[in-house]
Design a protein around this ligand. Structure first.
Ligand SMILES: Nc1ncnc2c1ncn2[C@@H]1O[C@H](COP(=O)(O)OP(=O)(O)OP(=O)(O)O)[C@@H](O)[C@H]1O
Ligand SMILES: [Mg+2]
Length: 510
C-alpha cells in the first residue's frame, strides 16, 4: 500500500484511485517534470511472486507496443524493493462500469455506437498486432474527457497474451483467467483456448451491458455465473431494454454466440455490422414523400375519393395532371411524420401500395384545384368523374385481392379509423404485422403483444390490426435453437419480421 507523499523512484504519490484483483492504481506526479500520471502497482502480497511480477510487467510491455488513440498509453515501468509498477497516462473521466452504474436509463443507440466503435477500433488494432486482451469488461474501458470531448480508452491488457499467426499462444498460457462475468465459454473451459473470438465474446457481453445498462450474467458465485455463460442462459437484451435497436440486438447476440465460429471473425466485422444495421436516418424521409402522396382525381367536393398511391404497375386510370402537382408539393403531414423513422422494426422497405388515408390537399393545392379545372368545359368534368369511378372500382378490387375479401364489398363507404370493430379503414389496412419464420411448418411462435398479452401460434403469423408498440416473438422448433426477436408496430405502417431458426448443429434453417 502506498500513501500520499510516498516517492517510488521518480514518482510521488498524490492519492489512490482504486484497485482491482491484483493491483492498486494511484495518481502520481513526476518529481522532476511535475507531470501527472497513473501508477498501477502489484498488490504487496503478490509482488514477491516472481512469475506474477514478470507477468504483470509483461502487461506494460505488451500495452506499450500498442500505440493507438483508443488504447491507454504505458510510459514507464518502476521496479523498487517491494514495488512493481506500471506508469501510464492519467485519465480524467470515469470507467464505463461507473458511468453505467450512475446512468438512470440505458444510453441511446447513437451514444452506444459512438462508445463501442472506439472500443472496437482499439481492439481491432490490438488483434492485428497479435494481442488478445482476455479481460475486456466495462471497468477496463475508460471514458476520458479531453477538452470536453469523450475519448474511449481500453485499459489493462494485464492478462493479455501474444498470439502467433494462427492465433495460437506463443508466450504465456494458462495465466490468470478473465473476470468470470465477461469470460467466453472456451476461456472458462481452458484458459489457453483463448482467441480473438474470445475477446469478441467479451465485447458482446460488454455491448449488452452498455446498451441495456444491465450486466448480462449475474449469479451468487463465480461458479453459477460460469455455468450460465457456458449454457448461454441470459435474458435477451431487448427484453431487458425493450427500446433496444434490432441492429444492436443482432450484433450483441452474434458476438455472444456459444460457438466461436458463429461470432464475428474480427472487430472490423463487428464494427461493420453496427454501421450497416444502423437505421438510415436521412434516406427514409427522402424516399417516402414521393411514394406516399395521393393523387387527387376528384373535383372540389369528391364523393369520398379513394386515395391512390403514385403509380406502381397497376391499372393506369390516372394520367391527369395531378401527379405532377402533387410531386411538386408534398402533402404537409407526410414528411413530418416520417422525418423521424422508428429505427427498430424491420418495417417493409417499400411504401404501402394503398395510402393510409386521403391527405387533405394543401392550401396551395386547393387553390390550384379551384383555379385549374375550367368552367365551361363539361367534358373535362365528365372525364374526371369517370376516372374517379374507375379508381374507386380498381381500388376496392385491389383491396379485395390484397386482403382476401376482407374489404368492404361493392364500393361501400370506407369506415374511418375509430369505426366499429370489424370494419376496417384504409389506414387500418396498412397497419399489419406479418411474421415469416423458417422452418415454417415446424415452428411454434410465442408472441407477446405490447400490452403483455401472450399467445402461441404455429407457423407464420399475420395480424391485420396489431396493437401498436413493441412485440416480443420467440420461435421454437424441434432440433432448432430457441430464438427471440422484437418487432415494432407503428400506427399506419405495415411491419414484418422474417426470421430463421438455427439448427442445433449450427446450421441456419433454409
Ligand atoms: N490511467 C488511469 N487514469 C485514471 N484512473 C485510472 C487509470 N487506470 C485505472 N484507473 C482507475 O483506477 C481504478 C482501479 O483500476 P483497476 O484496473 O485496478 O481495477 P479494475 O479494472 O476494477 O479491476 P481489474 O484488476 O480487474 O482490472 C479504477 O477505478 C480505474 O478506473
Ligand atoms: Mg482494470
Amino acid at each position: 500500500m502506498l500513501s500520499p507523499g510516498n516517492v517510488v523512484e521518480r514518482y510521488e504519490v498524490e492519492r489512490e484511485l482504486g484497485g482491482g484483483g491484483m493491483a492498486r492504481v494511484y495518481k502520481v506526479r513526476h518529481v522532476a517534470l511535475g507531470s501527472v500520471h497513473a501508477l498501477k502497482v502489484l498488490d504487496p502480497e503478490l509482488v514477491g511472486n516472481a512469475e506474477l511480477r514478470a507477468r504483470f510487467l509483461d502487461e506494460g510491455r505488451i500495452q506499450a507496443r500498442l500505440r493507438h488513440p483508443n488504447i491507454l498509453v504505458i510510459t514507464d515501468v518502476v521496479v523498487a524493493p517491494g514495488v512493481a509498477g506500471l506508469v501510464m497516462d492519467y485519465l480524467e473521466g470515469e470507467s464505463l462500469d461507473k458511468y453505467l452504474a450512475s446512468a438512470r436509463r440505458p444510453p441511446d443507440a447513437d451514444e452506444v455506437r459512438d462508445i463501442f466503435q472506439q472500443v472496437l477500433a482499439a481492439m481491432g488494432f490490438a488483434h492485428e498486432h497479435g494481442v488478445i486482451h482476455r479481460d475486456l469488461k466495462p471497468s477496463n474501458i475508460f471514458l476520458e474527457q479531453v477538452h470536453g470531448r469523450r475519448v474511449v480508452r481500453v485499459l489493462d491488457f494485464g492478462i493479455a497474451k501474444v498470439s502467433g499467426a494462427e492465433g495460437r499462444p506463443v508466450t504465456r498460457t494458462g495465466s490468470r483467467m478473465g473476470t468470470p462475468q465477461y469470460m467466453s465459454p472456451e476461456q472458462i473451459r481452458a484458459a489457453e483456448d483463448v482467441t480473438v473470438r474470445s475477446d469478441i465474446f467479451s465485447l458482446g457481453i460488454t455491448l449488452y451491458e452498455l446498451a441495456t445498462a444491465q450486466p448480462c450474467f449475474q449469479g451468487e458465485s463465480d461458479f453459477s455465473i460460469m455455468e450460465k455463460i457456458v449454457r448461454a442462459e441470459f435474458v435477451p437484451p431487448d427484453v431487458v431494454h425493450p427500446g433496444l435497436e434490432p441492429g444492436l440486438r443482432a450484433a450483441i447476440l452474434r458476438a455472444m454466440a456459444l460457438e466461436p465460429e458463429r461470432r464475428f471473425a474480427s472487430c472490423q466485422e463487428f464494427s461493420a455490422a453496427l454501421v450497416e444495421q444502423a437505421p438510415a436516418r436521412t434516406a427514409t424521409p427522402l424516399r417516402v414523400p414521393v411514394t406516399r402522396i395521393p393523387v387527387t382525381v376528384a373535383p372540389a367536393q369528391p364523393p369520398e375519393p379513394p386515395a391512390v398511391q403514385k403509380p406502381e404497375p397497376r391499372p393506369e386510370p390516372v394520367q391527369a395532371p395531378a401527379p405532377r402537382a402533387v410531386e411538386a408539393r408534398p402533402a404537409p403531414a407526410a414528411p413530418a411524420r416520417l422525418a423521424e423513422p422508428k429505427p427498430s422494426a424491420p418495417i417493409e422497405k417499400k411504401a404501402p401500395k394503398l395510402a393510409k388515408k386521403p391527405v387533405p390537399p394543401s392550401p396551395e393545392k386547393a387553390e390550384e384545384a379551384e383555379a385549374a379545372p375550367p368552367r365551361g368545359r363539361p367534358w373535362r368534368w365528365a372525364l374526371l368523374f369517370a376516372l374517379a369511378g374507375l379508381v374507386a372500382l380498381f381500388g376496392s378490387g385491389l383491396i379485395g385481392m390484397l386482403f382476401g375479401g376482407s374489404a368492404p364489398k361493392g364500393g361501400a363507404p370506407v369506415t374511418r379509423p375509430g369505426g366499429s370493430p370489424g370494419t376496417r379503414s384504409s389506414a387500418a389496412r396498412d397497419e399489419s404485422l406479418s411474421i415469416e419464420v423458417r422452418p415454417a411448418n415446424l415452428t411454434t411462435l410465442e408472441l407477446m403483444d405490447p400490452q403483455g398479452r401472450q399467445f402461441t401460434v404455429t407457423g407464420p403469423y399475420v395480424d391485420r390490426k396489431p396493437t401498436p408498440g413493441v412485440w416480443h416473438v420467440m420461435g421454437r422448433a424441434p432440433g432448432y435453437e430457441d430464438e427471440r426477436w422484437t418487432v415494432e408496430v407503428t400506427p399506419g405502417k405495415p411491419a414484418s419480421l422474417r426470421v430463421s431458426l438455427t439448427h442445433r448443429g449450427g446450421r441456419k434453417s433454409p
